[in-house]
Write a protein of this length. Structure first.
Lengths: 386, 145
């Protein structure tokens, strides 16, 4: 993967309306997002010959989307995936373009995550026992939500590293503050104070509602092509410096060892591929299904040492103006939730300086990181530049 | 031992070809763990082969019914995410590190435990709750000695 450095680019990004109740189907949301991304890139739909999507059985297929864009693509791919799939599919797209199979690929995530199928809820318990590795050792004890699964990691990690509930609050407050600058953020106009945060009861410890990502109806799309073809686009290309597309935990039943996460293994390969270090990163999108997941990744990706992550966030370093402005549109805690793709879109917009002249722009940012976390077991990340 | 008072609503562990010896032992109020003959690693949860070295040469070790452990980590859930838990909130879900086999950690609820007394490192012991006529579920309670 090292050889692809700066030879591929994200040339278009777009999203649909986000709401609690779209009143429409994921296909309509995907079309809205895809058309926005195509327009952003200045392409025609027929310029796209590959369509890819990740879903949890809650979306439309890539073939459906291509059909209703009036495109007969060469390649479609739909994977079952989640929080690290944006990075994985971008890597797949790059590989297929590199192999000469495709020219330009559109990747999307579209879901009625609020009014339709809610992630991690309402599943048949017996189905879950079979679907999860070692599920019969988990489900009978009432543990069926990612908050409970990742929470088991969080409690131990916080105990060992001195991270407090208040530290988690600083993650939430930083992202909520960004959402107040973003009129399209779902929690725009709903700022959060530490007092309110600490007074909010947990749903499942150590997480209360503010520590947990939103659940919304939304579609997002990203277009990837070669640096060569990017010259034909109207958008400013954002180049892919390096990726580490996917990394797994040693055991599919990841409670087997809650002291390591896949992100720990992504970082080294990622920085090596990109030829940069954590100090070079100007702006970040860190996967934030839960506040603690951000803390754990800040450690894994080398932004703060183990044991010092709490202080790092308490000092305001995740805020615009801090050392590592993170989730600058509000993240999944307060902007929107499309399994990470909205965070990837934001990093592209920051690196293009789309917000120039407003208080949303991270000044002079050149290099950004976008991380994905599908769980303690699966992580991916990419480093981009303008 | 606690006898379930009404019809059991919670999910019942599904036995399969790999985990049946664990749950069969549990039904007899015993703990059995899968172990690799070649590399001596324990596999929890059990699987078709050793999860450490891939060997098919796995066997079962009987650990009896006096199972001591400490709390390695936990969550306290205030909302039910599955049927049957609505009557028992908050629910403590813990990962127990076995005293005799520290590399093995087993999830379970801690029963008869106040949230304020719950802590990492707390000594606990395995108990078995008869949930149906022929099934028993391993659980944890604060250690008595």
């Amino acid at each position: 993967m090292g050889t692809i450095k700066d030879r591929y680019a994200i040339v278009g990004v777009g999203e649909s309306e986000r709401s609690r109740k779209s009143g429409t189907t994921p296909l309509h949301l995907a079309l809205e997002a895809a058309n926005a991304a195509i327009k952003d890139a200045g392409l025609k739909a027929t310029d796209i010959d590959g369509f890819m999507n990740y879903n949890e059985g809650d979306s439309c297929t890539s073939h459906q989307l291509a059909t209703y864009l009036g495109v007969r693509p060469k390649y479609v791919k739909d994977i079952q995936g989640g929080g690290a799939s944006t990075e994985m599919l971008i890597a797949d797209a790059v590989a297929l373009i590199e192999a000469g199979q495709l020219n330009t690929v559109l990747i999307y995530r579209s879901m009625n995550g609020s009014s339709g199928t809610r992630v991690g809820r309402g599943y048949d318990p017996d189905m879950l026992q079979g679907a999860l590795a070692g599920g019969s050792f988990v489900i009978p004890y009432g543990s069926a939500s990612p908050s409970q699964w990742f929470g088991m990691y969080a409690t131990r990690h916080m105990h060992e590293t001195g991270i407090t509930k208040e530290h988690l609050g600083h993650v939430c407050l930083s992202f909520y503050e960004h959402a107040q600058r973003n009129p399209k953020a779902f929690l725009h106009g709903k700022p959060l104070t530490m007092e309110t945060y600490l007074a909010t009861p947990d749903i499942s410890s150590p997480f209360n509602i503010h520590d947990s990502c939103l659940e919304l109806d939304e579609g997002n799309a990203i277009i990837v092509t070669s640096a060569e073809k990017a010259k034909d686009c109207v958008s400013k290309p954002v180049y892919i410096m390096g990726m580490a597309a996917r990394q797994c935990h040693p055991h599919a039943h990841y409670w087997n060892d809650i002291d390591q996460v896949a992100s720990d293994y992504v970082a080294e390969e990622l920085y090596e591929n990109a030829g940069v270090t954590p100090e070079d990163i100007d702006v970040a999108s860190i996967y934030d299904c839960f506040s603690w997941v951000v803390m754990r990744q800040l450690e894994a990706y080398g932004f703060a040492k183990r044991g010092e992550v709490g202080d790092f966030v308490a000092e305001g370093n995740l805020k615009i103006g801090g050392k590592l402005p993170t989730n600058t549109a509000g993240g999944m805690l307060s902007e929107g939730y499309t399994h990470g793709m909205n965070n990837a879109i934001e990093i592209v917009r920051q690196l293009r300086h789309d917000y120039e002249g407003t208080d949303r722009q991270v000044e002079d940012c050149k290099i950004g990181i976008c991380t994905g976390w599908a769980g303690p077991d699966i992580a991916g990340a990419m480093i981009l530049r303008n | 031992m606690t006898q379930a008072k009404t019809a059991y609503q919670k999910p019942i562990p599904l036995k399969d070809i790999d985990n049946a010896p664990y749950w069969d032992a549990a039904d007899q109020h015993q703990l059995a763990l899968q172990k690799c003959v070649d590399c001596t690693a324990y596999s929890q949860p059990p699987g078709p082969t050793c999860a450490k070295c891939g060997s098919e040469n796995v066997t079962w070790e009987q650990l009896g019914n006096d199972i001591k452990a400490t709390v390695y980590s936990y969550v306290v859930s205030y909302r039910p995410f599955l049927p049957g838990f609505q009557e028992e909130l908050p629910t403590i879900i813990a990962l127990a590190q076995l005293d005799k086999v520290p590399e093995v950690k087993i999830m379970g609820n801690i029963l008869n435990c106040e949230e304020k007394d719950l802590a990492i490192g707390m000594p606990i012991q395995m108990t078995w709750v008869d949930i149906t006529e022929d099934r028993a579920l391993p659980q944890w309670i604060p250690a008595t000695n």
